[in-house]
Design a binder for this molecule. Structure first.
Ligand code: SAM
Ligand code: SF4
Length: 325
């Protein structure tokens, strides 16, 4: 079992397979970065897998593939298959913008993928285009339908932003209700890579919007999930991910691995340790030692809540497209 320096059980590994993306979301990567990580610096699937096996053997039971846009990485289904064949009961999920999903959903399902989280910030083509800086909505919606058709579990992620898509919270809820899928509203997390004029919505503001159309019942957090769940009067459930709150970190159960081989203990902070040399040499013991050190040093909590509590606005300098959100 993996336990961090604050006594929290860590059983969830998020693996970013590329920092590259085909969208330019205003809250994440509004401009192409000055330089991408050169392709030769990316770890191969086999090298990433050397570390992932160590993590699974030591107690990781849930793996999420993310990015950048993970569907841009060639032969992703082969990687999914490697993981699902190693441990058939692994909770294996993927986070995607769904632009390339129509073409790949069946292959991913056949390879052993169970669930998808899909980013959907607007149902209006012009607003989706404004956020992603590309005309994306039709392909994204087609991708969602295909994923449901092939039997993949689907959840929707929406990041509400003031003056951009805050008037669509109820519409996205309604869309998800019709499709029988769950939406999680995510508070915008301030970071230095985003368009700096963006104003996110705090959890209570998001809930106030939902209350304009519904009666809510709080259900609570589901295990170590960062999502606090609510139920509408008709039984529809949705989640709220509110990293500006302290209790969000109290049950943190995750670490992140980047495509270059950095193991990151917390989404907010810059600290990371590399497993690159270990996995290139097939040094299992070395990889395991780095994992132990990263767990021992895992921060207690992020600093997004400080601005809320009258402190300075502490935007993170970490890029979401690098860590995978
Ligand atoms: N490209 C994929 C996607 O968009 O779903 C996967 C990577 S993306 C970095 C993972 C998640 O992070 C997405 O749901 C996205 O909405 C979220 N995200 C990115 N930047 C964010 C920010 N500044 N605040 C809150 N969520 C953010
Ligand atoms: Fe790309 Fe996802 Fe970031 Fe949007 S949120 S720019 S789709 S990595």
């Amino acid at each position: 079992m993996l336990i961090d320096g604050h006594g929290r059980r860590v059983n969830y590994l998020r693996v970013s397979v590329t920092e590259r993306c085909n969208f330019r979301c205003q809250y994440c990567m509004p401009e192409k970065p000055f330089s991408w990580v050169p392709r030769e610096n990316l770890l191969s699937f086999e090298e990433l897998f050397v570390f992932m096996k160590v993590a699974m053997d030591e107690g990781v039971t849930k793996i999420r593939i993310t990015g950048g846009e993970p569907l841009l990485r060639e032969d992703l289904d082969t990687f999914i298959r490697m993981i699902s064949e190693y441990k058939s009961d692994i909770d294996l999920a993927l986070t995607t913008n769904a632009y390339l999903l129509y073409e790949s959903a069946q292959k991913l399902k056949d390879a052993g993928l169970k669930r998808l989280n899909i980013s959907l910030d607007s149902l209006k083509p012009e607003v989706a285009q404004k956020i992603a800086q590309k005309d994306v909505l039709a392909k994204v919606l087609k991708g969602i339908d295909k994923a449901l058709e092939v039997g993949l579990g689907v959840k929707i992620n929406m990041v509400p932003m003031k003056g951009i898509n805050d008037d669509e919270i109820l519409d996205i809820l309604e869309y998800c209700k019709k499709k029988n899928i769950k939406v999680r509203f995510i508070e915008y997390m301030e970071n230095s890579h985003a368009t700096q004029t963006i104003e996110g919505m705090h959890g209570k503001e998001i809930l106030a919007k939902v209350k304009e159309g519904h009666v809510l019942k709080a259900l609570g957090r589901e295990g170590a999930s960062p999502s606090f769940n609510y139920m509408l009067e008709d039984g529809t459930e949705f989640g709220l991910i509110d990293p500006h709150k302290h209790d969000f970190c109290e049950s943190c159960n995750r670490i992140r691995l980047t495509a270059e081989g950095f193991l990151i203990p917390c989404l907010y902070f810059d600290e990371a340790m590399s497993i690159r040399e270990s996995v290139k040499k097939g040094d299992i013991e070395g990889a395991s030692k780095v994992l132990a050190k990263v767990l021992a040093d895992k921060p207690k909590e992020n600093r997004w809540n400080e601005a809320d509590n009258g402190g300075e606005n502490e935007a993170s300098t970490r890029a979401f497209y690098e860590t995978g959100g």
